[in-house]
Design a protein around this ligand. Structure first.
Ligand SMILES: [Mg+2]
Length: 383
């Protein structure tokens, strides 16, 4: 089997109502979908994560200019060989953006392999530790004209009414603001729901320390990206201050990007993003490193239905650390914020029932892509 074509589809749509997080305003939702065709008529799909403020053209440019010439005519079953070659040829770019782009290609290659073998990807990367996952709701972005913490309290109640019993609050709007906001939401929802926080790197270790200590009674499950990823020493300063787990990973790339964070025990939970930290090939290795240090993996997920479905295949294959009769659950991050095509891009969008989502047993990443939606939202600057 040979790769006969690779197409990048840049999808983008302005939001009717922009929303903000600690680093700025998100005015549109964009992503890079990668389609890999083969000479035997099997097509695979992948996605490279596009964060709220970064242009999707970067990943698409890597794929079109660096990876497509390398991969055409090659066997998709050489997926690890191809990963290493893609990484090797883009090493001078420094890892991050290149690995983000490699991720979408790698996911599409595994989708091809799964479709050829008629197996879900999870069965090809070690098997399924679980057939269903408990999702937690991501949202709580801030919008113009709303009053906070009131709007946050209303959103929390909305997620609970849909069946979620865990959600992640956007923080990083100032320590005092965050303390008032988180306290108000905890008081409104009671003790039972799990609450996570995400500051998107807005603080230094002194500010994060004050926030963690002031919010100790709010019983926060984990605190995501309190600090910038350049500040490993800062993370180590705050990690064992309170019972709240300290988490990060959406801005770390590849096994090399993760190795010291794991080996130096700088985090309680690592959060590789399948669509950005290296795809199935590399994220399985990152998980193996974490397992060797008995560290939990709760992946970061923030994309379209393609990335979400692929991430569920990855999560299915993750052992809990350690295995036990009542091992701590690995959550699925399930973005509930505005997205014009997250669900519509695939025909069989995930459904939550009784607070859980089933992991697809269909071949590959388990989705059929709606090409009409690709055409509707496509912004192809490379035509
Ligand atoms: Mg985050």
């Amino acid at each position: 089997m040979k790769i006969s074509n690779i197409t990048t589809h840049i999808l983008s749509k302005p939001l009717d109502e922009p929303f903000s997080f600690s680093q700025g305003w998100v005015t549109k939702r964009s992503t890079v979908i990668i389609e890999i065709e083969t000479n035997e008529g099997i097509t695979g799909w992948g996605e490279s994560l596009c964060h709220g403020l970064q242009p999707p053209e970067i990943a698409a440019s890597f794929v079109n200019n660096c990876f497509k010439p390398l991969l055409l005519g090659r066997d998709p079953f050489d997926v690890e060989v191809l990963w290493e070659e893609m990484y090797n040829t883009t090493r001078p770019f420094g890892g991050g953006a290149a690995v983000n782009a490699i991720s979408g290609v790698d996911i599409a290659l595994w989708d091809v392999i799964g479709r050829v073998l008629n197996k879900p990807v999870s069965k090809l990367i070690g098997g399924t530790f679980r057939n269903e996952i408990k999702p937690y709701a991501t949202g709580f972005y801030r919008k113009e004209g709303r009053s906070y913490p009131k709007a946050g309290v209303e959103e929390a109640k909305e997620h609970l009414s849909k069946g979620f019993d865990a959600f992640k609050l956007k923080t990083g709007f100032g320590v005092d603001d965050d303390i008032e906001y988180v306290t108000a939401i905890r008081e409104a929802v009671g003790k039972k729901p799990k609450i996570m926080l995400d500051a998107n790197c807005a603080y230094n270790s002194s500010q994060a320390r004050r926030l963690l200590l002031e919010l100790e009674s709010a019983d926060i499950f984990f605190f995501e990206e309190p600090l910038a990823p350049e500040d490993m020493e800062g993370y180590k300063e705050i990690k064992n201050l309170t019972k709240t787990y300290v988490a990060a990973g959406e801005n770390l790339f590849g096994k090399i990007g993760y190795r010291h964070w794991i080996s130096r025990k700088a985090l309680d939970i690592i959060q590789p993003d399948l669509c950005s930290s290296g795809g199935f090939t590399e994220c399985k290795k990152i998980a193996a490193l974490a397992q060797a240090w008995n560290m939990s993996v709760v992946p970061h997920v923030w994309g379209s239905g393609i990335g979400l479905a692929a991430s569920m295949q990855y999560i299915a294959s993750l052992p809990s650390a350690p295995l036990s009769l009542n091992a701590g659950e690995i959550y699925l991050e399930y973005d509930q914020s505005d997205h014009p095509f997250r669900e519509d891009l695939i025909f069989n969008a995930i459904q939550m029932e009784n607070g859980k989502v089933n992991i697809s047993q269909n071949p590959g990443i388990g989705v059929e892509v709606n090409r009409d939606i690709i055409e509707e939202y496509k912004v192809d600057v490379f035509k």
